[in-house]
Design a protein around this ligand. Structure first.
Ligand code: BMA
Length: 365
């Protein structure tokens, strides 16, 4: 009720009862470290935005293209984007690039589309991880009522050869559970595979010795919960891009939703060896909808006030672990209608004090 009143703007911004509601759900101090006030610097928009638009001549991607997962294989960047067409069903399309910014190849047909009842209204929001020589994709299976996390995989060899019949469906992650925003860590932790997911409104983390579905229903832990009050991330939060390995920890570009349903991007850093440990959460957002294609204030747009990411990649090829001066390209959907790009240096996203405290010298001291 309080949330509804806030949406109608009939309650002053600083409402303490909201904090009480969240307090009843969880004692946040047991979940997260005290919020620090070290801000991240904002992402910089690419001047060539939008980088992908719908193609009216392709019925399956005629209306909106959004929320792409990304992977680099060899010298090529692959964007797997959610496409929404004439029949109002989401499928996954492919665009490729040599530099990560200009996408000069786009396939005529989708590379992954609904085949069963649980995903009959769409396969949405793909996110990718390479484990060994196998590419794993999490996506949202939507049947028109329930949105669930599903997994699929394909070998790198079949992927590069565009053998889309080789996709294997692993099934639903937690069958029957409303769940979204799942990302897989690209390496195991003492033999355990890690997945971050979002059962509303929190971000959860879980580990299992096998990457299979259904995933065990035990051993799930809340990693982060929405902020208190009326902040940019106080309605719900979720993982965005796949975890990026940096010298300072696993970098997550997340999304936060406020009580006006504005979607913004933020930053979290998780401990490298024990990613259940949140070591940084940006108090601020690093990207908010401000441009025409994010505010969605034209006739072609779908959902207003949205920036939403499912993928990010280092600009430079071939580095296993990123450092302060390395640049990250963040691929994000604008107003659920087009694909955009923004960039930042790792050192701009992770404040100096956090980087410093993660350094081996500091740890030894
Ligand atoms: C989320 C997902 C995303 C979408 C976002 C904003 O729940 O459905 O695909 O971009 O909402 O509408």
């Amino acid at each position: 009720m309080v949330i509804e009143l806030i949406q109608e703007d009939t309650v002053p911004a600083n409402v303490s009862i909201l904090d009480d509601i969240h307090g009843m759900v969880h004692d946040r101090r047991s979940i997260e470290p005290a919020k620090n006030h070290l801000p991240s610097e904002e992402l910089q928009r690419y001047t060539g935005n939008p980088v992908l638009r719908p193609i009216p001549e392709h019925p399956w991607e005629s209306k909106y293209v959004l929320n792409a997962g990304s992977i680099r294989l060899g010298r090529k960047v692959y964007l797997l984007y959610r496409a929404y067409g004439d029949d109002s069903i989401s499928r996954i399309g492919l665009a490729t690039s040599n530099d990560g910014f200009s996408f000069n190849e786009r396939l005529e047909n989708p590379i992954f589309e609904p085949v069963c009842e649980t995903e009959k209204r769409g396969c949405e929001d793909p996110r990718l991880a390479l484990l060994g020589d196998q590419i794993y994709m999490t996506y949202t299976a939507y049947d028109g009522v329930v949105a669930q996390v599903a997994l699929a995989s394909i070998s790198m060899e079949d992927f590069i050869a565009y053998r889309w019949n080789s996709w294997q469906r692993l099934g639903l992650f937690l069958p029957g559970q409303m769940d979204k925003d799942a990302v897989i860590f690209p390496e195991a932790f003492n033999g355990m595979i890690g997945i971050i997911h979002r059962i509303e409104p929190h971000i959860w983390i879980t580990f299992s010795s096998d990457l299979r579905c259904p995933w065990p229903s035990k051993c799930h832990k809340i990693l982060a919960i929405p902020s208190e009050g009326t902040e940019w991330d106080s309605k719900k939060i979720g993982a965005g891009a796949q975890p990026i390995k940096t010298k300072y920890g696993w970098l997550l570009i997340t999304h936060g939703v406020d009580h006006h349903n504005v979607y913004l991007l933020g930053v979290m850093v998780l401990d490298l060896d024990n990613p259940s440990k949140l070591i940084y959460r940006s108090p601020n957002f690093v990207l908010e909808p401000t441009t025409e294609w994010e505010l969605g204030n034209n006739n072609e747009s779908w959902v207003p006030n949205v920036v939403f990411t499912c993928g990010a990649l280092p600009t430079e090829n071939g580095k296993n672990i990123l450092e302060s001066d390395d640049e990250l390209i963040v691929y994000y959907g604008g107003a659920d209608t087009v694909m955009n790009i923004a960039t930042a240096k790792i050192g701009d996203l992770i404040p100096y004090e956090i980087r410093d405290s993660a350094s081996p010298f500091f740890a030894a001291a």
